[in-house]
Design a binder for this molecule. Structure first.
Ligand code: CP
Length: 303
């Protein structure tokens, strides 16, 4: 079965025009001015991994459009008893799901779901693969701050290897000709990362990444994924942590983004996290209208 129309499984195969259409629609969405585009629909939030931002903003987005939401987490559901991904999918469909939002530790899990269940499936993050709604809300945030993608340089710093956020961001930004510089030690940013999308460069030097940069996207150093890697966190902090002195190397009006959760003292200092150039909480806020647009699109209401 082909995925249902309106599914959002990744950014890689989404056309630039469709991305712009989604972002334009998101600008019209406001959770404080509810619009009943999803009145009476049931949105199933199927989370096999922990989440704060993605889960809460999908829930607020769905409710502000009149939908009912049901949260199913692996803990406390029949997933714990060994129910398979597809059997859980068939079950939520049988109880009346109109949209399935799924986060799963395995890359491809949303695709498997979408091939078997006849409702739109939204990927809320799958393993190391993609996090399309995060890339869209980040693009929304960049456009709100910089007005255009034209001529932009974006430095992505941190654990790119383990980051579905970085993967989706690279796919999206490269479709609009953004100059992308990936920065970090080889353990976290292998040279092969340049093949992720057109127009990507890798550097090991933070000053090289920051020079002339409009947007600094920091990524979480995912300590839970680092077992087996010989990464010295102290050395990481010394070489890559974003601090006020380093921020001065970027353009004067550069913005600092981070998908969260942030680890103060590791990827960035508190001066940066709470500073005037940080857009970290703005990204979180922008997640709601962006996810409203994603859900409206899923139901064919993005008009
Ligand atoms: N950015 C992000 O996906 O955050 P959560 O894990 O809190 O959803």
């Amino acid at each position: 079965m082909n995925p249902a129309r309106g599914s959002l499984l990744g950014i890689e195969h989404l056309e630039a025009a469709e991305i712009l259409r989604l972002l334009k629609f998101a600008r019209r969405m406001n959770p404080d001015k509810p619009r009943p585009l999803l009145k009476g629909k049931r949105v199933m939030l199927l989370f096999y991994e922990s989440s704060t931002r993605t889960r809460s903003s999908f829930e607020i987005a769905a409710k502000s459009m009149g939908a009912h939401t049901v949260l199913i987490q692996s803990f406390g559901s029949s997933i714990e008893k060994g129910e398979s991904l597809l059997d859980t999918g068939y079950t939520v469909r049988a109880v009346g799901a109109d949209i399935i939002v799924i986060r799963h530790p395995n890359a491809g899990a949303p695709y498997v779901m979408a091939q078997h269940i006849d409702v739109p499936v939204i990927n809320a993050g799958d393993g190391l693969h993609e996090h399309p709604s995060q890339a869209l809300l980040d693009a929304y945030t960049i456009l709100r701050n910089k007005n255009t993608f034209k001529g932009l340089q974006v430095a992505i710093v941190g654990d790119i290897f383990h980051s579905r956020v970085a993967r989706s961001a690279c796919h999206l930004l490269s479709k609009f000709g953004v100059k992308i510089i990936l920065c970090g030690p080889p353990e976290l940013v292998p040279d092969i990362a340049t093949t992720l999308a057109p127009g990507i460069r890798v550097t090991r030097h933070i000053d090289d990444a920051l020079r002339g940069t409009d947007v600094i996207m920091l990524l979480r150093v995912q300590s839970e994924r680092l077992s087996g890697l010989k990464l010295d966190l102290l050395e990481y902090i010394t070489r890559y942590q974003m601090n006020p002195a380093r921020l001065k190397m970027a353009k004067k009006d550069a913005i600092v983004m981070h998908p969260g959760p942030i680890i103060r003292g590791l990827e960035l200092t508190s001066e940066i996290a709470d500073g005037a150039q940080a857009r970290i909480l703005e990204e979180v806020r922008n997640g709601v209208p962006t996810r409203m647009a994603i859900l409206a699109r899923a139901m064919g209401k993005m008009r």
